[in-house]
Design a protein around this ligand. Structure first.
Ligand code: ZN
Length: 296
């Protein structure tokens, strides 16, 4: 049960978004800033995303008529412009995802402003548009991030876990939509194996790893909610896993009342619902806290 289900367009029972975070090899350069540039195995694992997985993903989307959202670090926009061009030419959305996948909670205010702005410059130069959505690298949004997004006029954020369906983040200076994520439909826990950054969990079989995301979908569908996959091209875009996703997509599109859309379109739908008084979102006021809570 969802307390305030959202009326979706055209009688759809559930809004759906596959969001791909195209991190490519940014992860090894940011986590191993001194010697990452010469670690060929993780570089090649990351490059598989834009160079091998993305064409496969875009071909599936074109065949099934889907438009979806991608989050791409600014450095990856610069590094893989042909892939970016293919994403945009097909009508998909690209959101802000840092410059070199910096963890915002590890940055000073000045560093955060620098890298956020440098990523915005890359979007303007390479995509030709200012992004309207943001996902924090490793989901690590903090108050500085939210304040920056509000100041820059972003329409949505997608790193927090406070609800099953989109809700509002409100600050004194303004607000934006939260498109909530969760580890349950993130492909990192089942599929990532990355010794260089200390991640060495066993890799699950494609059907087992994706089952978590698909069960999340079933619950959201039953409740009339919002389902979002938070996936990485170099993980879920690999041959065997994408084959499972393709089969699932074909079934869901044929048999269910779903609305697959880029997050920007879902945000527009929510704006319209609110302005017409057809739905009232839950609102979180930020900051949650203004000081550490374990103080004498
Ligand atoms: Zn990422």
């Amino acid at each position: 049960m969802i307390a305030n289900p959202i009326p979706w367009p055209n009688g759809a029972r559930c809004a759906c978004a596959i969001t791909f975070d195209m991190d490519a090899d940014s992860l090894i350069h940011i986590s191993r800033p001194v010697d990452g540039f010469d670690r060929l195995q993780p570089i090649s694992m990351g490059r598989y995303g834009p160079l091998v997985a993305l064409p496969r993903i875009l071909a599936t989307y074109a065949r099934l008529g889907l438009k979806q959202s991608f989050f791409v670090p600014g450095w990856c926009l610069e590094r893989y412009p042909e892939t970016v061009e293919a994403i945009l030419a097909a009508g998909h959305e690209i959101g802000h995802h840092g410059y070199l996948h910096e963890d915002p909670t590890a940055l000073s205010a000045g560093e955060h402003a620098h890298w956020f702005g440098r990523a915005l410059d890359a979007h303007a130069r390479i995509c030709g548009v200012k992004p309207v959505g943001y996902r924090a690298p490793v989901y690590n949004a903090n108050q500085a991030v939210i304040d920056t997004l509000v100041r820059e006029g972003f329409r949505y954020e997608s790193s927090l876990m406070g609800d099953d369906i989109p809700y509002r983040l409100e600050t004194a200076a303004g607000g934006l939509w939260e498109m909530p994520v969760h580890w349950g439909s993130d492909d990192w826990p089942p599929f990532a194996h990355y010794p260089e950054i200390g991640y060495m969990m066993p890799v699950m079989a494609p059907t087992d790893g994706l089952a978590a995301s698909f069960q999340e979908f079933e619950a959201q569908y039953e409740a009339g909610g919002f389902w979002m996959g938070i996936w990485h091209p170099f993980l879920t875009g690999r041959l065997a896993r994408w084959r499972v996703v393709e089969t699932w997509l074909e079934q869901v599109l044929a048999e269910r009342k779903v609305w697959f859309a880029p997050l920007r379109d879902i945000a527009s739908h929510l704006d319209a619902l609110v302005s017409h008084g057809r739905w009232t979102p839950r609102r979180d006021s930020l900051p949650y806290y203004d000081r550490p809570q374990h103080q004498r």
